[in-house]
Write a protein that binds this ligand. Structure first.
Ligand SMILES: CCCCC/C=C\C/C=C\C/C=C\C/C=C/CCCC(=O)SCCNC(=O)CCNC(=O)[C@H](O)C(C)(C)COP(=O)(O)OP(=O)(O)OC[C@H]1O[C@@H](n2cnc3c(N)ncnc32)[C@H](O)[C@@H]1OP(=O)(O)O
Length: 213
C-alpha cells in the first residue's frame, strides 16, 4: 500500500514536471514565431534544440497521456490537443462548468495562432469551438463524437486579447445531441458561432465503458 502511494506520488510529480515542460515548449514555439535573431544564432539554437529533443526521446510512451481519473476524482486528459496541460500544442483551454449548465472558458489566443493578418486562423477557432461544444455535451452526461460542425465567422478574432467561449446543449434525440457555442469579445459581441451534432457511440452509453476506439 505504502509502495502504491509512493508510486502514485512519483507519477503525479512527473506529470507536474511535464506540465511545466509543456508550458516552456509553448513559450519556445511563441519565441520561434516572433524571433528575428540572426542566422548564426538560429543555427546555434537549432543545434541545442536537436540535442534536447533527443534527451526527451530517450524514454518514450506508446501514446499521449490518456483519458483518466486524477487522484482527486476529476476526469482529465493531459495529452489532449486542446485542453491538455502536458501537450504543448494545446492552448491550453480550461473549460469550466457553470452551475447554470453548459461550459465556459476564458482564453487568449497568441500570435502563434495567426491566419489572416492580425487575426486568429479560422481552423484554430473551429478546433476550440469543437471542444467547447463537446464539453457542453459531455457536461450534460451524454459524451459523444463530433458528427457535424458548422461555423459562422461573424467578426475577426484578434490575438493577445482575452475572449470568452461558451457552449450549451440545445436538443437531444436518441444518441444524438446538438449544441451551440460562441466565442465573444469581453463586451459580449459574438465573433464566431458554432453548432455541432454529437453522437454517443453505442459503447459509451454506460460512461464506465468509455475507451479509445
Ligand atoms: C473526444 C472525447 C473523448 C472521450 C469523452 C469522455 C468523457 C467526456 C468527458 C470530458 C470530455 C470533454 C470534452 C470532449 C470534447 C470533445 C470534443 C472533440 C470531439 C472530437 O473531436 S471527436 C473527433 C471527430 N469525430 C469523429 O472522429 C467521429 C468519427 N465517426 C464515428 O466515430 C462514427 O461515425 C459516429 C460515432 C459519429 C457514429 O457512428 P455510429 O455507428 O454510432 O452511427 P450510426 O450509423 O449508428 O448512426 C446513428 C445516427 O447518427 C447519424 N449519424 C451518424 N454519423 C453522422 C454524422 N457524421 N453526421 C450526421 N449524422 C450522423 C445516423 O444517420 C443515425 O441517425 P438516425 O438514427 O436518425 O438514422
Amino acid at each position: 500500500m505504502t509502495t502504491d502511494l509512493a508510486a502514485a506520488h512519483d507519477e503525479e510529480a512527473q506529470l507536474s514536471a511535464l506540465e511545466v515542460l509543456a508550458q516552456q515548449a509553448r513559450e519556445l514555439v511563441d519565441a520561434v514565431v516572433l524571433t528575428d535573431v540572426d542566422v548564426a544564432e538560429l543555427a546555434a539554437v537549432t543545434g541545442e534544440l536537436a540535442a534536447l529533443t533527443e534527451r526527451l526521446r530517450a524514454v518514450r510512451r506508446e501514446t499521449p497521456l490518456p483519458h483518466e481519473f486524477a487522484p482527486d476524482g476529476t476526469f482529465r486528459h493531459l495529452g489532449n490537443a486542446v485542453t491538455g496541460a502536458c501537450n504543448p500544442h494545446a492552448l491550453p483551454l480550461r473549460p469550466e462548468r457553470p452551475p447554470t449548465g453548459g461550459t465556459r472558458a476564458e482564453l487568449t489566443f497568441r500570435p502563434t495562432h495567426e491566419g489572416p493578418p492580425g487575426t486568429v486562423h479560422g481552423g484554430v477557432t473551429a478546433m476550440i469551438l469543437d471542444h467547447v461544444l463537446g464539453d457542453a455535451v459531455a457536461a450534460s452526461g451524454r459524451p459523444g463524437m463530433t458528427g457535424t460542425l458548422t461555423i459562422r465567422y461573424r467578426g475577426r478574432i484578434p490575438y493577445s486579447e482575452p475572449v470568452v467561449a461558451t457552449g450549451m446543449v440545445t436538443r437531444v434525440e436518441g444518441r444524438k445531441t446538438w449544441a451551440d457555442a460562441v466565442i465573444a469579445d469581453r463586451e459580449g459581441t459574438p465573433l464566431v458561432e458554432a453548432t455541432g451534432l454529437f453522437i454517443t457511440p453505442r459503447g459509451w452509453l454506460d460512461p464506465a465503458n468509455i475507451r479509445p476506439q
